[in-house]
Design a protein around this ligand. Structure first.
Ligand code: PLP
Length: 398
């Protein structure tokens, strides 16, 4: 017998449908240069500081005296310590080393964290949404328990705190796909809700490094009370080009407790147990690369790459706005959420951009029903391509 919950999954048809349309278009128009504004992966190479750290680590692995075998499942102390010192302490957040779990990226932990919760828990997530939250809950038998919290013009693109009880809430800020961020006051409302309702917030901060406005929280733990109700998932993928290297971290505060039959159980302890059973740690070489992000040179190199991507976002956003488009996001995130003109649906606008301008985007409706009427643009491409794409839109007779 199999886990029949898998049969409840809807086909992840978005990216395959896009790929097919692009393939057909290229076959029919081999002379046209197709530009993708839909790339969800980084394109700039790794920071030099990371490359050098990896070379050194590989040399250590080649020598009996410095060779390392299995590492700690929770990650090496040198990286956990660097994360606390650079990402949390300067923001007034004190964490113990054993509250930080090094991962092989945020996607695995986004999916795996569900191991901690009962199959009959109720789940809330924004719509549009990063599909991993939905599918991993379907696999875990919670598909029918999902409440979608719309993010639309009707609520000013701010998801509203529900009026009923939800056990597990996913928040992702800066947001994929909308590129929007959450302010302190709004985030405080979620923390207050979670504490009142004894809910858990799973806070995905994969795009934290893209925040530029000073008043936007970089971690949910900047919000008072968050340690009692939130787990935070972080990633080096978009911060430092680690999409192919694979490293991130998950914070499970010791103050986060569940009450089971009158007994308090720490989620930190459960996650530690889960990791020790099912995960054997991120590779030593990878963790040395991640540590190098925090050196002065690493910080400088990371900043330069992020500035490059955000320069793309700035140019696209301002040129689209000048053309009269409603373009949201893209200020503290590498994503722009573009409203389709003339009340066109997401796929209709996608098709026109592809067929008339040879531009590839991602239809917003692919991220959930509230994404209908939008397309997502990403800033991860090359500068020349972003400029050329905007030139095509400026010359377009829509
Ligand atoms: N969370 C969000 C919101 C993402 O968009 C992504 C990647 O696209 C991830 C997590 C996964 O990141 P990682 O590469 O660390 O697995």
């Amino acid at each position: 017998m199999i886990n029949e919950n898998f049969l409840q999954l809807s086909d992840s048809y978005l990216f395959s449908a896009i790929a097919k349309k692009v393939r057909d278009y290229k076959a029919a128009h081999p002379e046209r240069r197709v530009i993708s504004l839909g790339i969800g992966d980084v394109t700039q190479p790794l920071p030099q500081a990371c490359i050098e750290a990896m070379h050194r680590a590989v040399d250590e692995m080649g020598c009996a005296e410095t060779f390392r075998g299995y590492g700690p499942e929770q990650g090496y102390d040198f990286l956990r310590e660097a994360i606390i010192r650079h990402d949390f302490a300067p923001r007034g957040v004190a964490l113990d080393m054993d509250e930080v779990f090094i991962s092989d990226g945020a996607k695995s932990d986004c999916g795996n964290i569900g191991d901690l919760f009962r199959a009959d828990c109720t789940v809330g997530m924004t719509d549009p949404v990063y599909p991993v939250y939905v599918d991993s809950n379907v696999m875990g038998g919670r598909g029918a328990n999902i409440t979608y919290l719309p993010v639309t013009a009707a609520n000013g693109f701010v998801p509203q705190v529900p009026e009923h009880h939800i056990d597990i809430i996913y928040l992702c800020y800066p947001n994929n796909p909308t590129g929007m961020v959450i302010g302190r006051e709004e985030l405080q409302k979620w923390v207050d809700y979670a504490r009142r309702e004894h809910s858990v917030i799973l806070y995905d901060a994969a795009y934290e490094a893209y925040i530029r406005h000073a008043d936007i929280p970089h971690t949910i733990y900047e919000i008072p009370g968050a340690k009692e109700c939130a787990i935070e998932l972080r990633s080096f993928s978009k911060t430092a080009g680690f999409t192919g290297i694979r490293c991130g971290c998950t914070i499970v505060p010791k103050a986060l407790k569940a009450s089971v039959g009158g007994r308090e159980v720490g989620l930190n302890q459960l996650w530690n147990r889960r990791q020790c059973t099912k995960f054997n740690g991120t590779s030593y070489v990878t963790q040395r690369a991640a540590e190098a992000i925090y050196t002065p040179e690493g910080q400088e190199q990371v900043r330069r790459t992020i500035d490059y991507y955000m320069g793309n976002a700035d140019r696209m956003r301002s040129r689209l706005a000048a053309l009269g488009y409603e373009a949201r996001g893209g200020e503290d995130a590498p994503y722009i959420w573009l409203r389709c003109p003339e009340d066109m649906g997401s796929w209709a606008f996608f098709d026109r951009l592809l067929n008339e301008l040879s531009l590839v985007t991602t239809p917003g409706v692919g991220f959930g029903p509230s994404g209908e009427g939008f397309v997502r643009l990403t800033a991860f491409g090359r500068r020349e391509d972003c400029d050329e794409a905007m030139k095509r839109m400026e010359q377009w007779n829509l």
